[in-house]
Design a protein around this ligand. Structure first.
Ligand code: PGA
Length: 265
């Protein structure tokens, strides 16, 4: 974990849970947080579009201390984009965060670098926070090209971004080979990449962004990745679908932050 930033944990529910199941999970998270509040960690959940209104409603009415994220958004304001959703529609529903350029969207839904850059701009201009997802495929890692690959992804998405929006950007490093596979990057691999990302960001005049890790994060591996990988939190897929395993990741972040704060004082 880096020394300054408070941890952030985002649960990416992907294409799982209908609105009834999503409300149930949101309420379970609420009950568990009432019994044991997260003291330091910021918590965000990213339900499918059709669940957002229901999840937002219970978050507000039951005062659950979590924020709502969308998994994607169309960069256009409105118009002839059948099947798509705009930033203003999400804002109306109380969405504060949007994942931008998740590898599943890049690989399966033609989200190239230009679309990622346009989407990121649309998100921050609307006042929401963007989680820019970057990460290399296995072939790239095997050829030892991961640093250059991730650098290119960061530059193409962030170069020229108006500095007034820098605070609204979080970076999530998610090696494609570790997503949903049960294979986690080693703490050394995570540490090397977060260090690399923190060297690239200042070349774009961006220094303070939080850097998350994603890829088969679980209650079992969260503490070691956090303490040794120098990440500021996690983007969690599979383990975010159960309140217990999701909040165990949150708890690991909370404990690690408290330990480091003690050491600093
Ligand atoms: P996973 O997914 O935790 O299931 O690997 C992470 C993600 O894709 O954000």
């Amino acid at each position: 974990m880096s020394t300054v930033n408070k941890p952030l944990v985002i649960g990416n529910w992907k294409m799982n849970l209908d609105f009834v199941e999503a409300v149930h999970l949101g309420q379970q998270i609420g009950v568990m947080l009432r019994n044991k509040p997260a003291e330091h960690t910021e918590i965000v959940v990213a339900p499918p579009f059709v669940d957002i209104r229901s999840v937002s409603s219970i978050v507000t009415s039951e005062r659950i201390p979590i924020a709502v994220c969308a998994q994607h958004v169309n960069p256009h304001d409105n118009g002839a984009h059948t099947g798509e959703v705009s930033t203003s529609m999400l804002k109306r529903l109380g969405v504060e965060w949007v994942l931008v350029g998740h590898s599943e969207r890049r690989a399966s839904y033609a989200m190239d670098d230009a679309v990622v850059a346009a989407t990121l701009r649309a998100v921050v201009r609307s006042g929401m926070k963007a989680v820019l997802c970057v990460g290399e495929a296995l072939e790239v890692r095997e050829a030892d090209g991961q640093d250059e690959f991730v650098r290119e992804q960061l530059l193409s998405a962030l170069n020229g971004l108006d500095p007034k929006f820098h605070d609204q950007v979080t970076v999530a490093y998610e090696p494609v080979w570790a997503i949903g596979t049960g294979l986690t990057a080693s703490t050394e691999q995570v540490r090397a990449m977060t260090t690399h990302i923190r060297l690239v960001l200042p070349t774009l005049s961006m220094g303070a962004s939080r850097v998350l890790y994603g890829g088969s994060v679980s209650a079992q591996n969260a503490a070691s990745i956090l303490s040794e990988g120098r990440v500021d939190g996690f983007l969690v897929g599979g383990a975010s679908l159960k309140a217990e395993s999701f909040l165990a990741v949150v708890q690991a972040c909370d404990d690690c932050y408290a330990l480091m704060a003690n050491r600093r004082s």
